[in-house]
Design a protein around this ligand. Structure first.
Ligand code: LLP
Length: 421
């Protein structure tokens, strides 16, 4: 996090609060979120782009939604559940965007009841369903198109190329057909086009290419229908670094590239420049988060590898197992001594439950030590599970020396509450 510093005694301090003090007060594993960091990243994105929609799937709670609301961002939701959190935070409906390749009747009902500003059409089959539900003023929709661009990231988080389940293909003609159908619905208003190339995209050129494809398609809509939808949403996916040296896609760098490509493409097609929106999730919240674990045991394998087992793992961070994500881990609470490579593993019953592989940690690492894993604010708590009937950790916000619980730790009663058989 931006406010992190390390004291002479080896204590990592975030938001003016030592991680050891937080661990003592709230227990471990513990998700810590630096409010100042989140707000500063919101501001950096708003300074770089005209419209910024936070992708709530990265991490959503009432508190988080209020920060994002107060910083003037919109909110991307993809379920009635996320919408319920938005509602609990009094998030302005006009700034909410509903996504999803499988919107359930509940999702759609909740979205219309709330009056969300935009609904992203993911397939032609949705158009008549939306039209039936839109009873008031015409519902603004964006059409999610597939620009046919490989984002150069992990296959599980690639969504811009043809052969995956999101959006409608421009190349196959499906997108043009969907445009025709939307324009034929009186109760829907085609506000613009949307694409989302994928996640952890480090190369700004991929966004430039996407913009060129989308503007080309806007020109085709103008030529065929005589209208120019005024908005373009190029999704999220901006890469962040979990370890020093990992590639990143900073908003200030990529914004210039995207707006430059947009201006050039619009000039080439003699189109007015549409209102540009982006939908960062990870880039807003990932680096604000740190997870604190307590070491339960240290052992050396026959092959000489040193393993440190911590009191969390794939139930609070499934990303190493799912995407081969790499993290670092830092000792906090005492000065570090001579270091050696240690593989930090979780407490779950799988060899794939690795938190951080071969990270330098003190040779005298011992049970009771605290480890901090940075860059865990996005897709960690949001993807946490009760695997092995573990209780999901709390999320504690820190700012100016004070800590506040956003989400409390689960209890065993919580675990049993749904067990009604
Ligand atoms: N917009 C749409 C339509 C999306 O589907 C997503 C993410 C975003 C925006 C935000 O992408 P971001 O800026 O956070 O990369 N669980 C995976 C990531 C899945 C991303 C899903 N969609 C992970 O932990 O890497």
């Amino acid at each position: 996090p931006r406010t992190a510093r390390v004291t002479g005694g080896g204590e990592i301090v975030v938001g003016g609060v030592g991680l050891s003090a937080l661990a003592a007060r709230f227990g471990t594993p513990l998700h810590v979120l630096d409010e100042t960091d989140v707000r500063e990243r919101c501001r950096a994105f708003r300074a770089a782009f005209s419209e910024v929609v936070y992708a709530g799937k990265a991490f959503l709670s009432r508190g988080m939604a209020r920060w994002v609301r107060d910083e003037g961002l919109g909110l991307d939701v993809c379920s009635a559940g996320e919408l319920a959190v938005a509602r609990a935070a009094s998030f302005p409906a006009e700034r909410v965007v509903l996504h999803g390749n499988g919107k359930t009747p509940d999702d759609l009902r909740a979205a219309f009841a709330y009056g969300v500003g935009r609904i992203v059409v993911d397939g032609a089959g949705e158009i008549s369903r939306l039209s039936v539900l839109a009873t008031g003023a015409p519902q603004k929709v964006l059409l999610r198109v597939i620009p046919g661009i490989d984002p150069g990231t992990h296959p599980a988080i690639s969504t811009g190329a043809e052969d995956q389940q999101f959006g409608v293909s421009i190349a196959s003609g499906a997108a043009a057909e969907a445009v025709r159908r939307i324009l034929g619905q009186r109760r829907l208003q085609l506000a613009g086009l949307h694409c989302h190339l994928g996640s952890q995209i480090a190369d700004p050129a991929r966004y430039e290419r996407a913009v060129a494809v989308l503007v080309g398609f806007l020109a085709r809509i103008r030529d065929e229908h005589g209208v120019v939808p005024p908005e373009l949403d190029v999704g999220g996916g901006f890469a962040v670094a979990a370890r020093p040296g990992d590639p990143v896609c900073a908003p200030s760098d990529v914004a210039g590239r995207i707006t430059g490509a947009l201006a050039a493409a619009c000039a080439a097609h003699r189109l007015p420049v549409p209102r540009l929106a982006v939908e960062p999730g990870r880039a807003i919240v990932a680096r604000a988060g740190v997870t604190v674990y307590r070491v339960l045991g240290v052992k050396r394998s026959a092959g000489g590898r040193v393993f440190a087992t911590v009191d969390g793992g794939m139930s609070d961070n499934p990303r190493t197992a799912l995407y081969g994500a790499r993290y670092t881990a830092l000792l906090t609470g005492r000065p570090s001594t001579a270091e050696r490579p240690v593989t930090v593993v979780g407490r779950h019953c799988e060899a794939g439950d690795v938190v951080a592989r071969d990270v330098p940690l003190p040779a005298d690492l011992r049970p009771g030590d605290l480890l901090a894993v940075p860059c865990t604010g996005a897709y960690h708590h949001a993807m946490a599970s009760n695997y092995n009937m573990t209780r999901r950790p709390p999320v504690v916000a820190v700012r100016d020396g004070a800590a506040r619980v956003l989400i409390r730790r689960e209890t065993e009663d919580d675990l049993l509450r749904r067990d009604v058989g």
